[in-house]
Design a protein around this ligand. Sequence first.
Ligand code: TXA
Ligand code: MG
Length: 322
Amino acid sequence: MNLFKATNENIITASEAIKSGELVAFPTETVYGLGADGLNPIAVAKIFEAKNRPSFNPLILHIADKSDVEKIAKIENPKVVKLIEKFWPGPLTLVLPKTEIVPTIVTAGNDTVGIRMPDHPVALELIKNSQTPIAAPSANTFGQLSPTTALHVKKQLGDKVNTILDGGKCAVGVESTILQVTKDEIILLRPGGLALEDIEAVVGKVITDRKFDHMPISPGQLPFHYATTLPLHFMNEVSINGATGKRVGVLFLKENKSDTKFDVEKILSPSGNLIEAAANLFSHLHELESADLDLILVEPIEETGLGKAIMDRLRKASNKYA
Ligand code: TXA
Ligand code: MG
């Protein structure tokens, strides 16, 4: 048994594990993270091993105090300060030039580092007690669904991590929005739990269509990712014949408006609220994945607010089966 309720005592024990170079899975407001001491390269290497993650992927460092950002990154654009003041703690990761103390294994050799301050009391207490930034990707096997409950983590990584802190279901439910901020540009690397509209209201236009000619620096930019283990398609892209004789589960935003009844039907938000929909996205997909189906169909949704992050995750899952 490696699942512990996130009591004060268990958080302290978990922080001892972090200090001694072990892995701890912990809740954040977005998804569960698989954490290690971000300044200890050996500890960080264990993350890649547990996740089966290609080592070219850089990790996010999680901090518990806004002022800690200056130990690990250089602030060269005043808009960084605005973003931090407005959105931390919260689902926003900033990719900034790194300082010397950040090990290259964390940044995958990049001279930038991704940083965020999570808005979750368990994550913040764990980081504070560990007295180090915690490097953490989402606590799933590489390319699979992100975990929004401690049980999701146990299902995928239960035999790879000794400590899973259970802090309940993640409130936001999709990963953080990632922005790279240079001296004069703000570039969206991954849409996520903080809506682009909210960011642009504070710092103005964000570049959303930047193409990188080398390896994608963020797997958020890989053509497929966040995949289900079952084939997943958008409803408008698969002929109904393709589903004949198959057990089909469908993910709807508000309701099933069609005449067809499916084997399993899941609703993201009965009122069509995109915040609630994001919070339910991965847990509904986890349930569909475990429901003895042949196929998952999803209804496309409008790409405003968090709809952008939801559609990004669904497109990446469906691309695997295109
Ligand atoms: O909400 C989240 O961001 C969750 C929780 C646990 O904090 N974490 C998360 O981590 O989603 P991960 O590793 O699954 O995704 C982080 C993304 C990756 O696509 C990675 O490539 C990108 O952040 N990233 C991290 N550092 C970067 C850097 N220096 N340059 C470009 N991309 C970076
Ligand atoms: Mg991930």
